[in-house]
Design a protein around this ligand. Structure first.
Ligand SMILES: Cc1ncc(COP(=O)(O)O)c(C=O)c1O
Length: 332
């Protein structure tokens, strides 16, 4: 099956905008920086998961599923966008949520994405201490089966060879926008955690014949060698599925460490500085867990002269802003 024949439903307001970060450039000088606005994908607060869900929900429907089950942290953007996609398509949605971040304010435990999950009609299962996600999944699927419903399971972050097709499509969209404007980007920089966004972009740029670097800032854990191996395998899997004649670039996966701080979802001083700077210079909102740490990574690379003045760089804004207010206390 060719890429264009892969089953897909329309959920994204695409193409998302490609905007200049003019205020930041005026402030810092240096390379031209563009933002690809995947925070504005149009599905209940937006974000990168919308593009993955176009393929995942199409696959669920093709398999005759009437219920979708997925996993995430308590304030997962993936969970919120899955709940929205299910509401849009009339599917039941179960979210198995893990207390991955030690924040105990009311906002964290009730607001942000959790409030939206509830409004979007998802059934929420809070993982209790000592409980395994697989055990909860088994019970949820058994409940559905007993009621005559067929379940479809989406892995955390929607990062398998089906979900990542959303970022193959995004790579093509971005390549077209760049061609139209005569931009030859040296690199795309974005937050990486479960790896599907990065793998999809790498596969997509290979198919487009572009050598643009894809730099993932690790916001997930301190085991980037495992993440690199996962992204390499996923990129190869995507290419063998939709472009069997094309191999992944050797050593093409770049994952940058040093911006995670105390852990996933734990604020850092560099994130606070990056979110505040971009808001005040360009009127653009980032988020504390993903895009804020990714921007901190980009600012640090600019600071140490990792790019030249004449480079064009693309910052992929992957979303996450619905959690900004639950992190209010992290900002001065
Ligand atoms: C806002 C945001 N940015 C970036 C990511 C990372 O994307 P991926 O899981 O595809 O690496 C996620 C997902 O976890 C996210 O919610």
């Amino acid at each position: 099956m060719t890429f264009d024949d892969m089953p897909r439903i329309d959920l994204t307001h695409a193409p998302t905008a490609l905007e200049a970060l003019g205020g930041l450039r005026q402030h810092l000088g240096g390379p031209r920086i563009w933002v690809k606005r995947d925070d504005c994908t149009g599905l209940a607060g937006g974000g990168n998961k919308t593009r993955k869900l176009e393929y995942l929900i199409a696959e669920a429907e093709a398999e005759g599923a009437d219920a979708v089950v997925t996993f995430g942290a308590l304030q997962s953007n993936h969970a919120r966008q899955t709940a929205a996609a299910c509401a849009r398509r009339g599917l039941a949605c179960d979210l198995i949520l893990l207390p991955a971040v030690a924040r105990e304010s009311d906002g964290y435990l009730l607001g942000g994405n959790l409030l939206l999950d509830r409004l979007l009609g998802a059934r929420i299962h809070h993982l209790q201490p000592g409980q395994m996600p697989a055990a909860v999944l088994k019970t949820v699927l058994a409940d559905h089966a007993a009621a005559g419903r067929r379940g479809y399971v989406i892995p955390a972050g929607g990062s398998n060879a089906t979900g990542a097709l959303g970022y193959v499509r995004a790579a093509r969209e971005l390549a077209n926008q760049c061609r139209e404007r005569g931009i030859y980007p040296a690199a795309v920089i974005h937050a990486t955690s479960t790896g599907g966004t990065q793998a999809g972009l790498l596969a997509g740029f290979r198919i487009e014949g572009l050598s643009t670097r894809v730099i993932g800032i690790n916001v997930y854990n301190d085991q980037s060698s495992a993440l690199v191996a996962h992204i390499e395998a996923l990129t190869a899997q995507i290419l063998s599925r939709i472009a069997p004649g094309i191999a992944p670039a050797a050593d093409g996966v770049e994952v940058v460490d040093g911006f995670l701080g105390g852990g996933y979802g734990v604020p850092t001083a560099a994130m606070v500085e990056a979110v505040s700077l971009i808001a005040s210079k360009d009127g653009l909102l980032l988020d504390p867990v993903y895009s804020g740490k990714a921007m901190a990574g980009l600012l640090a690379m600019l600071d140490r002269g990792a790019f030249v003045e004449d480079d064009d760089l693309i910052f992929l804004h992957t979303g996450g802003t619905p959690v900004l207010s639950v992190y209010a206390s992290a900002f001065p």
